[in-house]
Design a protein. Structure first.
Lengths: 548, 630, 102
């Protein structure tokens, strides 16, 4: 039940923020505090889950928490939530970024603050729902649900071309979502016609047998939908517009969380549901990733609008995620998880900095900046840290992520990994270019602006600590994600092939540990005893890119 | 004593943190923090060295594991410090020279408004460099490797108000990053083929699993070499170093002469097992070293900027180290690395004293006669110049360079040619450095001296001058009958070189030749630049002389080539594609639907009769289709 | 009773219908348009009756009553609209009332 509360609390908090915000004076700050309170409650819930999870183990492999309630039983739709290490990390990230974005836009939003926070929290609730759904219909529901508040965030509180950007964002993601819905329905009917049980349940649908052509097309439906969200070249072009025009909190959530739902979808749904098709698609997927890495970087380098530049770097960073997912081995997947978290922090903070800068000088045009270090050294220092994170400097989280991805990809496909490594060079160029144009060099316009306030310094300090911690001691994250990622790999690697993989030291250590079934049933959960679907006996074929 | 090892890199990092957080409120105290942390670190390094020598740990290797960094399945590089005689030498060089340069900077940078920022960056650099040389696995080494690259970037662009400094800084970072990427791919390759990044285990595995001369060690060595070329500014990635002189002079002394740029040499020496198994790549190392030392020595000969002369000289001297590595003379390379650190730091610091004495003048042709006005700087600079030119017997450079040339001679592959390149380079070296000495310190004074160096500048100069002389006595040639202490000290790290086929007499002969060559170079410089400068001017005025001078001055046109072939096209494409060509597809779809929208809305005339007619027509068509379709 | 061939009735209905249609299309006066519509309705009514007679089915006559009722309703609403249009535009010209132009 606690999982449901994780989603309900932000929903309720959003409504509360709206109502509180209706009061004229002081309404805005009441709405802000209400949002913070809701997110703090979520954080407390997560802490409670962490503290008590050994007692409450879920029944699907690595899921330590599950909740299930009927929704439309006639159609096999249920409210089925589940949490494993991966979901836990991502939900934690969501709540953390949510708090950060509320604090970061404390002074930026003055108009209709209540409705703003309502949208913000509903969007976060949708994202949390996406990360927890174990029912494909529910997943689709949340997937669409997070779009609408984001549309409003961009369309109401955005910058100059906000309408254009909001509509573009909506059309792109909506079309992608439609393809996914069709793929989900296709899977639903194929599974139903085979077994007679029509269900949207993730665990039931895993391992559905189908012709390879059908699997390929359904996989493609999922892929396109997630690729739009990620985004991958060539369906990336909504991103620069949406990120640039969104208010700071919107950009932070877009870059930090919404993009990550695409990565999560591929990890959780696309590859496990269609392992063989994904494996056949892997060379193309990797190529798309590499093109994204390089193209995004070139695009970023050409910009004069600082916010758009940072938005374009996301395309580049998400390319790494694509490469890692299609490499599909322990190292690469850990890298993908790390990249999801590190990129949220690094790019999120860069957006916050741009927002802070725009609040002060009312422009994002880098041609009007220059030599700002003189005026705002603290901001310059913070920007330097995150520019360096963006270029993958060792000691910061992004390095661990990109290194693991490339290392894993090298095992799967050395040439692709080497090509993707060129991203390290081009990212250097744009990251240093930001510093040069904004903080160093000629003073192109004479600005007088205050340095960061205590509130902004607090946000920056939290983000710096997080990114350095991820860079120097990522082990807690890795350990948390390991069983979950290993579980994903287990269900998507065909059994007989998987056994043959030599060199056990290359695999996740946690793989060796069998996850025991729960000894006692938790009354909150579904009473029916379920077992992990045993794919190994049903399917044959190569494991995804797990080469000896 | 050895357990204090972790403090050696930790102290500079602590200094960096303190300066980064509170530096702006410290004022002049920042220098005390910056210098003090590195000084303490040097003291601890000496203590560790004393412990290491007096009671050597088993197998002469001491490791200290601090914490697990990453542990994903079999990939578990830790934060692991590793001390053997090679890293001990490096640690001592870095901390001692680093401390002296920090002390120097305390006075040199005094008037700068970025005083505390400077020391923060410098401390970060020393810390990263120590991580680099103490790393027990290649990933940690890579962390230090990129860390020093970052500090190099930060310090080259330290005076950030000038755009050209920023450009130089970015160039340095990007060019070295190209090499770093090769190194990263090398790391992937090594890990996936050997199953570990722990340097010692890796070397053992390589020896076990790979056959010497097979493709595996060759590929691995080539990728590592890529990284080393970038960091150590060797052909074809050398172009960033001359521009790096945009940074403050102490930075050039510490990073771009004494320590960071020699990291490539250290890396190759560290992975010597792989290079030994990869003869083709190892020979390439020697050839690249020989080519680089000649090309950049020629460029050094025609520069006007005192720091650029020294920069090209640095590239050239690292070329010597690569030459030594390429012929398997590992300890000779490290020996030269050490002596070079002393005398090149000395030369840069001396140059810095001159530059600040002349209020920021860099052009050597506006200097002159400084011998009397700045005697301390002159004598120290002269000591460094003698050592660089390898004047016989009394200088450190003589012993280290002599050992390299002797090793090159002994090389089984193209030994004579490598030696010949080295000896030609030695001649050029001695010419260009004494050209500098004669032009700057002799002749008529041209610019007034505004500032005399104070004690915090003089002490490091004298100390480095002392080291530039005695630093060579630790490793004498065999014919002196003195023990080669230094090579023996490193014996536990490097494979014993194949015992000299040539007799001590050969070595004596070769040393004599190089002594004569270096003295000849001094005379040539004296003749052309002090005694009869009209000859050199005459020569420079002829058409080929002018063309060659220009070509050498521009560093053999590499910058021009890269600008045309890589930088401009990239910049052009990024600009041209600013609005994202891919977006055109979607804009086209949007435009097409808008076009149809206009087309259809034209039919909406608002005339009832028109609607009725269309309605009727539609009905007719529908019925026709329905009838015909039957 | 079989004096009038079926074809003739249909031809008449067809002619009436076309007349009405042409009237709708070429007349600009709203009143005439309305009248032309009436003619078209009656043409189809005629066709219904004839068809019903031919196959001996009552449906044709049922339909005709239906059409009569509808025509009555249509005329009443239509005339009211014509009245309103006249007040609005001070004219009965249908082409004048083209404010809904796209």
């Amino acid at each position: 039940m606690i999982l449901l509360w994780l989603i309900i609390v932000p929903f309720a908090g959003g409504v509360a923020a709206w109502i509180l915000g209706l009061r004229g004076r002081g309404g805005g700050s009441a709405a802000r505090w209400a949002s913070i309170a809701a997110l703090a409650v979520d954080l407390a819930l997560l802490a409670a889950i962490l503290a008590g999870r050994s007692a409450a183990a879920g029944r699907h492999g690595d899921f330590f928490l599950e909740a299930r309630a009927g929704w439309v039983p006639q159609l096999g739709i249920s409210i089925h939530l589940g949490m494993d290490g991966l979901s836990l990390l991502l939900v934690f990230l969501t709540v953390f970024m949510g708090i950060v974005s509320v604090v970061a836009s404390w002074t930026e939003i003055t108009e209709r603050a209540g409705f703003f926070h309502f949208n913000l929290l509903w969007c976060l609730a949708g994202v949390i729902g996406v990360f927890l759904s174990m029912d494909l219909f529910l997943f689709y529901f949340f997937w669409e649900m997070m779009l609408v508040p984001m549309y409003f965030l961009i369309a109401i509180w955005g910058h100059e071309r906000r309408t254009y950007a909001a509509i573009k964002f909506f059309i792109f993601t909506q079309l992608g979502g439609l393809l996914m819905l069709m793929a989900i329905l296709g899977l639903y009917f194929i599974h139903g016609s085979q077994t007679g049980a029509y269900t949207f349940d993730y665990f039931d649908l895993i391992g559905t047998r189908m012709s390879s052509a059908a699997a390929f097309w359904l996989m493609l439906g999922f892929f396109v939908s997630f690729a739009v969200k990620l985004p991958a070249v060539p369906v990336h072009s909504w991103l620069p517009d949406a990120h640039t025009e969104a208010p700071t909190a919107g950009s932070v959530i877009l870059a930090g969380l919404l993009l990550k739902t695409g990565a999560y979808g591929m990890l959780r749904f696309m590859v496990p549901l269609f392992p063989d098709a994904s494996q056949r698609f892997a060379p193309v997927g990797m190529a798309v990733g590499i093109i994204g890495i390089l193209y995004g970087a070139v695009l970023a380098f050409g910009q004069t609008d600082l916010k758009r530049l940072i938005a374009d770097t996301s395309i580049s960073h998400m390319g790494f995620i694509l490469v890692g997912i299609f490499a599909w081995n322990g190292l690469a997947l850990q890298g993908v998880t790390m990249q999801i978290i590190s990129h949220a922090i690094s790019t999120g903070m860069l957006f916050i900095l741009v927002g802070a800068l725009q609040e002060r000088i009312h422009t994002r045009d880098m041609d009007l900046m220059g030599r700002l270090w003189e005026k705002v050294p603290v901001m310059g220092g913070v920007a330097m840290v995150f520019a360096l994170a963006s270029l993958g400097l060792p000691g910061l989280g992004n390095f661990v992520a990109e290194f693991l991805i490339l290392l894993g990809a090298f095992r799967a496909n050395p040439a692709a990994s080497a090509a993707a490594s060129l991203g390290l060079i081009v990212s250097t160029v744009y990251a240093l270019w930001i510093m040069q144009r904004v903080f160093h060099g000629d003073e192109r316009t004479r600005w007088t602006l205050p340095d960061m306030s205590v509130r902004e310094k607090g946000v920056a300090a939290a983000m710096i600590v997080a990114i350095v911690w991820l860079g120097l001691y990522p082990q807690p994250v890795i350990n948390e994600a390991a069983p979950a990622l290993d579980g994903l790999r287990r269900i998507s690697i065909s059994g007989p092939q998987a056994v043959k993989i030599p060199a056990p030291d290359f695999r996740l250590t946690a793989a060796a540990k069998a996850v025991p079934l729960p000894a006692e049933e938790d009354p909150a959960f579904d009473k029916k005893a379920r077992v992990v679907p045993d794919i190994s006996s049903q399917k044959s074929g190569e494991g995804v890119n797990e080469r000896p | 004593m050895l357990s204090l090892l972790w403090l050696v890199p930790a102290l500079p990092f602590a200094g960096f943190l303190a300066l980064a957080l509170f530096g702006r409120r410290m004022g002049a105290f920042a220098a005390a923090v910056g210098t003090g942390s590195v000084g303490l670190s040097a003291l601890f390094a000496l203590a560790v060295a004393a412990g290491f020598i007096s009671s050597p740990p088993p197998a002469r290797i001491y490791t200290q594991s601090l914490w697990d960094w990453i542990n994903v399945g079999g990939f578990k590089p830790g934060i692991l410090l590793y001390l053997d005689s090679l890293s001990l030498v490096m640690v001592l060089v870095v901390t001692v020279v680093g401390f002296l340069i920090h002390l120097y900077s305390a006075e040199f940078m005094e008037a700068d408004d970025g005083y505390s920022r400077f020391f923060a960056y410098m401390n970060l650099f020393v810390g990263s460099m120590l991580v680099l040389v103490l790393a027990g696995n290649l990933l940690l080494l890579y962390l230090g490797w990129e860390g020093v690259g970052l500090c190099s970037y930060l310090l080259i662009g330290f005076w950030y108000r000038q755009p050209e400094n920023g450009a130089a800084a970015i160039k340095a970072f990007v060019v070295t990053r190209i090499g770093d990427t090769a190194l990263a791919i090398g790391l992937f390759f090594l890990f996936l083929n050997l199953g570990t990044l722990d340097i010692q285990k890796m070397m053992n595995m390589a020896a076990l699993r790979w056959q010497a001369g097979s493709a595996y060690p060759e590929i691995a060595a080539a990728l590592i070499l890529g990284g080393a070329l970038g960091k150590s500014a060797q052909l074809p990635l050398q172009t960033w170093l001359p521009d790096a002189m945009a940074g403050p002079t102490p930075v050039s002394a510490l990073i771009h002469a004494a320590t960071m740029v020699t990291a490539g040499v250290y890396l190759i020496a560290r992975t010597n097992v792989i290079f030994t198994m990869a003869p083709a790549v190892q020979f390439a190392v020697a050839v690249i070293g020989a080519a680089t030392l000649l090309l950049s020595a020629a460029s050094a000969l025609v520069q006007h900027d005192i720091k650029r002369v020294l920069a090209y000289s640095t590239i050239s001297q690292i070329g010597y180290m690569f030459l030594a590595l390429g012929v398997g003379a590992w300890s000779a390379a490290i020996f030269h690395l050490m002596t070079h650190a002393f005398f090149k730091a000395l030369l840069f610091l001396g140059a810095g004293a001159v530059i600040s004495g002349l209020d920021g003048e860099h052009d050597i042709f506006k200097m002159g006669g400084l011998r009397r006005q700045m005697p301390v700087a002159f004598w120290c600079f002269l000591t460094g110049a003698c050592s660089l030119a390898a004047l016989p017997l009394v200088t450190a450079g003589f012993y280290s360079k002599g050992l390299i040339l002797f090793s090159a001679w002994q090389s089984r592959r193209a030994g004579f040619w490598l030696w010949a390149a080295g000896i030609a380079g030695a001649l050029l070296t001695s010419i260009y450095i004494f050209r500098l000495v004669f032009i700057v310190f002799f002749g008529k004074p041209k610019t007034a001296v505004v500032k005399k160096p104070g004690p915090r500048i003089v002490i490091p100069l004298v100390a480095l001058a002392f080291l530039s002389i005695v630093g060579g006595f630790v490793n004498m040639p065999a014919f002196f009958g003195v023990k080669d202490v230094f090579s023996r000290f490193l014996e536990s790290v490097f494979p014993v070189p194949p015992q000299a086929a040539s007799l001590p007499e050969t070595e004596l002969l070769l040393e004599t030749v190089s002594a004569i060559v270096s003295l000849a170079g001094v005379y040539v410089a004296y003749f052309f630049f002090l005694a009869a400068p009209e000859y050199s001017e005459e020569m420079a005025r002829t058409a080929p002389g002018r063309a060659l001078g220009k070509f050498w001055f521009s560093g053999w046109g590499f910058d021009w080539l890269y600008e045309k072939a890589l930088v401009s096209p990239y910049r052009w494409f990024a600009r041209a594609n600013r609005n994202d060509a891919v977006d055109l597809i979607y804009s086209f779809i949007a435009a097409a639907s808008r076009f149809f929208h206009y087309g259809l809305s034209l039919s909406q005339t608002g005339k009832v009769r028109f609607y009725a007619a269309v309605l009727a027509l539609g009905a007719v068509i529908t019925i026709t289709i329905a009838v015909l379709a039957r | 009773m079989a004096a009038v061939p079926m074809e003739h009735v249909f031809v008449l209905a067809w002619v009436l219908f076309i007349t009405g249609l042409v009237g709708v299309l070429v007349r600009r006066n709203l009143l005439f348009i309305l009248m032309s519509v009436e003619i078209m309705l009656n043409a189809s009514g005629l066709a219904f009756i004839a068809a019903g007679f031919k196959w001996g089915q009552p449906d044709g006559q049922v339909m005709f009553i239906f059409i009569l009722a509808m025509a009555a309703a249509e005329v009443s609403v239509g005339l009211a609209l014509v009245l309103l249009a006249y007040r609005q535009f001070r004219s009965l010209d249908a082409d004048q009332a083209s404010r809904m132009r796209g």
